[in-house]
Design a binder for this molecule. Structure first.
Ligand code: TXA
Ligand code: MG
Length: 345
């Protein structure tokens, strides 16, 4: 299949109507959102949605997020929109938040991975919203990467993974947030955070009161545990290199890297530290700047692969604010390998 490219700056660009028609007719389009690029298909067409799983090599039991551009589309997808969900949507939609509720009969098991629930999100990116409007149907869209690879934050990342496998790619520049949406389930007795993202736990609690944080946010699930969010059980966001996170000061980091470096060793460090390390280094944002770290983390992981790193020593990111999402992704890229060097970070 030949993949068409559309470079779009303005949501009024007529190319977006073409993309909407491709989607309505069952095609696959990679589109920018404020979080990461998504691989979209008509959520009401099983054949189209199966195409997403095929193109990504995604396991069929890993459910997809359904994207809407108007609140009225939500009612048809779920059995009921409870009060707490309405309040959350009023506070954070459109934006980087996905809300899980029991699904209606309109959502097929292909979309929900066989679960009785459906994840819904209203993105804020003007181009994503225009494409959903133009398609005239809700769009199922996972991140537009090959399954297991870091999520794409530029159209080039999408091209590197999916060129020739999908109908089109819409390029609107880098995604501003850079990590995927916060996923919260309101399908159980108590709200539960399944994946941290741009909407922080504090922001959720401001609306919902106390929430539970799923174990999978911090820990590796044992083989016999079932994941509340199936995506959390897979090795994820992984570059080809072995990644090890080192917790400690910059001086300790530099010393450890120097003592343990081999020819393929590279560092994943904070901006400004690159020149002061004994191995080639790529930065993922300034120390203490959680938004910058989120925006850079996936591109940095992909860059390490491009440069042929075999072992990557990474700085320990902060874990508050959006930093929790950065930590969650990096610790998965590192297969939960963290070495504590002692001392202050
Ligand atoms: O920011 C985002 O959320 C991006 C953009 C494109 O919107 N999408 C995205 O989708 O990250 P994906 O498929 O890469 O991640 C969705 C996550 C997976 O971990 C999946 O298992 C979980 O959400 N999920 C989806 N539906 C679910 C459900 N009904 N119950 C529990 N987890 C669900
Ligand atoms: Mg993904």
């Amino acid at each position: 299949m030949k993949t068409q490219f559309f470079s779009v700056k303005d949501p009024r660009d007529p190319a977006l109507q073409t993309v909407g028609a491709i989607l309505r007719n069952g095609g696959l389009a990679a589109i920018p959102t404020e979080t990461v690029y998504g691989l979209a298909a008509n959520a009401l067409c099983d054949d189209a949605v199966r195409g997403i799983f095929r193109a990504k090599g995604r396991p069929a039991d890993n459910p997809l997020i359904v994207h809407i551009s108007d609140l009225s589309q939500w009612d048809a997808l779920v059995t009921e929109v409870p009060d707490a969900a309405k309040r959350l949507a009023a506070a954070y939609w459109p934006g980087p938040l996905t809300i899980i509720l029991p699904k209606s009969g309109r959502v097929s098991d292909v979309v929900s991975g066989g679960l009785p629930t459906v994840a819904v999100r209203m993105p804020s990116h003007p181009i994503a919203r225009t494409v959903i409007d133009a398609a005239g149907v809700p769009l199922a869209a996972p991140s537009a990467n090959t399954s297991g690879r870091p999520s794409p934050t530029t159209a080039q990342h999408v091209k590197d993974d999916l060129d020739g496998k999908i109908d089109c790619i819409v390029d609107a520049g880098p995604c501003p947030i850079g990590v995927e949406s916060t996923v919260v389930s309101l399908a159980g007795d108590k709200p539960r955070l399944l994946r941290p993202g741009g909407v922080t736990p504090e922001m959720l609690e401001a609306v919902l009161g106390e929430i539970d944080i799923d174990d999978a946010v911090f820990h590796r699930l044992a083989d016999n545990e079932t994941a509340a969010s199936p995506g959390m059980k897979y090795k994820h966001y992984a570059p080809l290199a072995r990644v090890v996170i080192l917790k400690g000061s910059f001086a300790q980091f530099r010393q450890y890297v120097d003592a343990h470096k081999t020819p393929g060793t590279m560092a994943l460090c904070f901006a400004g530290e690159e020149g002061d390390l004994p191995v080639p280094a790529i930065a993922f944002g300034e120390a203490g700047d959680d938004a910058a770290q989120a925006a850079r983390i996936f591109a940095a992981l992909r860059e390490l692969d491009k440069r042929g790193a075999t072992t990557v020593f990474a700085r320990f990111p902060q874990t508050d604010g959006v930093g929790l999402a950065v930590f969650n992704r990096l610790v998965r890229a590192a297969a939960f390998q963290i070495i504590d060097l002692g001392g202050a970070p």
